[in-house]
Design a protein around this ligand. Structure first.
Ligand SMILES: *Cc1c(COP(=O)(O)O)cnc(C)c1O
Length: 230
């Protein structure tokens, strides 16, 4: 059943790419496995799905230790400075960097563990009070600041759009973030590559792809609803 869900999402991604005149290879699917058992991931591993997103440090570490073969882990949740050390050498990409304070800690731990950290700057594109991330001119300023940290590589931007009934309502936000992504890329900042635009979740990933997303984070659409009361 999980495999069927995955296939359906992959098909939808292909169709969205076709509509937008893009190649499906341009879009990476991160399966968001937070609050789902490791056995679910093991099931999907058989299909060759290699990218998994987690929100909580402890859960990520437990799955990392117990999985039967290595996969690419994405840290997509809010990251506290004092927890960077636990995940720095375990994750492929940190999607949720929204302060220089956090980036400096990532630099420090990357040096200690002798790794190069790949990160995205999290943008609160709809300026919602309830969400982490920064917006406006702050984004460019932060990217420029982080670019001076030698072991932290800004690869792009990430956002979580508002939860809406009709995903079309989020199209304007995806457009806006894509434009910001292009603007920053055109600055050609040293040590900044701007090749990943992480936007689109279960509810709105097709619209996000039509607006230029290169990485979608889909949880519910693959694993089913999460139970927050467990
Ligand atoms: C939980 C989560 C997702 C996945 O959300 P779904 O609506 O289940 O697809 C994606 N991105 C972030 C940052 C999340 O916290």
């Amino acid at each position: 059943m999980l495999k069927d869900n995955l296939k359906k999402v992959q098909t939808n991604i292909k169709s969205a790419c076709e509509r937008a005149g893009r190649k499906p290879e341009e879009v990476t699917l991160v399966a968001v496995s937070k609050m789902k058992p490791l056995s679910d991931i093991e099931e999907l591993l058989e299909t060759g799905q290699m990218e998994y997103g987690e929100n909580y440090v402890q859960e990520l570490c437990e799955k990392y230790e117990n999985i039967s073969k290595p996969v690419h882990w994405h840290m997509i949740g809010h990251l506290q400075t004092n927890k960077v050390k636990y995940i720095i050498d375990k994750v492929e990409l940190i999607h949720s960097v929204d302060s220089f304070h956090l980036a400096k800690q990532i630099e420090k731990e990357a040096v200690k563990k002798n790794v190069e950290a790949q990160i995205l700057v999290q943008v609160n594109i709809a300026q919602e009070d309830t969400k982490f991330g920064i917006d406006g001119p702050e984004v460019i300023a932060l990217v420029e600041e982080i670019s001076k940290l030698p072991h932290v590589h800004v690869r792009g931007l990430m956002t979580s759009a508002p939860f809406v009934d009709d995903p079309e309502e989020n199209r304007c936000y995806f457009k806006k973030l894509h434009q910001l992504f292009i603007d920053i890329r055109e600055k050609n900042i040293d040590n900044v590559s701007m090749d990943i635009l992480s936007m689109g979740m279960t509810n709105d990933y097709e619209v996000a792809i039509e607006e230029g997303s290169t990485m979608v984070r889909v949880g519910t659409g693959i694993f089913g609803a999460r139970n927050y009361n467990k």
